[in-house]
Write a protein that binds this ligand. Sequence first.
Ligand code: APR
Length: 244
Amino acid sequence: MQKSQPKNIVILTGAGISADSGIATFRASDGLWEKHNIEEVATPEGYARNPELVQRFYNERRAQLLDPKIKPNRAHSALAELEAHYQNKGIGSVTIVTQNIDDLHQRAGSKNVMHMHGELLKLRCVKTQQVVEWRSAKPVTNADRCQCCTSPQALRPHIVWFGEMPFYMDEIHYKLSRADLFVAIGTSGHVYPAAGFVANARSLGLPTLELNLEASQNASQFTDSIYGRATDTVPQWVHSLICS
Ligand code: APR
């Protein structure tokens, strides 16, 4: 573990951090990719073939996220607390790079969050790429059109599908280049480029820490690991860092 307190921390989060809030992960035996076909609901080709099916998949996810029962959990709150502590004490920066499309980090109070795989509560004009907020459980249909150009266009989910380039890649690499610690929380390490950040961090000489329920696909690349539920491990880790 870190000997001195790191100044700049980059934290990659995945579905595991939201699991205890009641949002299903992707690759568990009861996960989303057991019940839905990735090619059909999470690729540009799937959307071109059957936009209604794709909209229905994300409408369900959005309605679930907006259900009052879904709330940020202790892990999200601990990361928000860490960011606020670093800011208030002028220690350095805490950057969250999330693969999650939910807004639970923001609801917990985190400010410095990059959604590299997009956001469920946003839609995008298929022609101009203009992004609009959609903070309603009202299902999006193909009759919902973007009004940003003279001919109204379809609004697709603002989600990075397989085969598309994640958002914020330059900013993420810049943040990594300035970081003193890289942490991955609740991600299986199956999906690149996020799964490659640990190797980037190692090549920059950073200590790397994995907090996950179990060893991830690329667990051997981390210098340290703590296994358990994020709602237990993340508050403990944050507490140890704040008190170090
Ligand atoms: N606490 C900590 N970790 C957990 C918990 C928990 N309570 N529950 C599950 N996990 C771990 C699992 O052990 C697994 O390693 O979280 C990880 C979730 O892995 P995935 O379902 O593969 O999710 P993720 O890594 O975020 O997926 C990456 O894949 O399909 C795409 O775009 C999608 O962003 C997603 C990307």
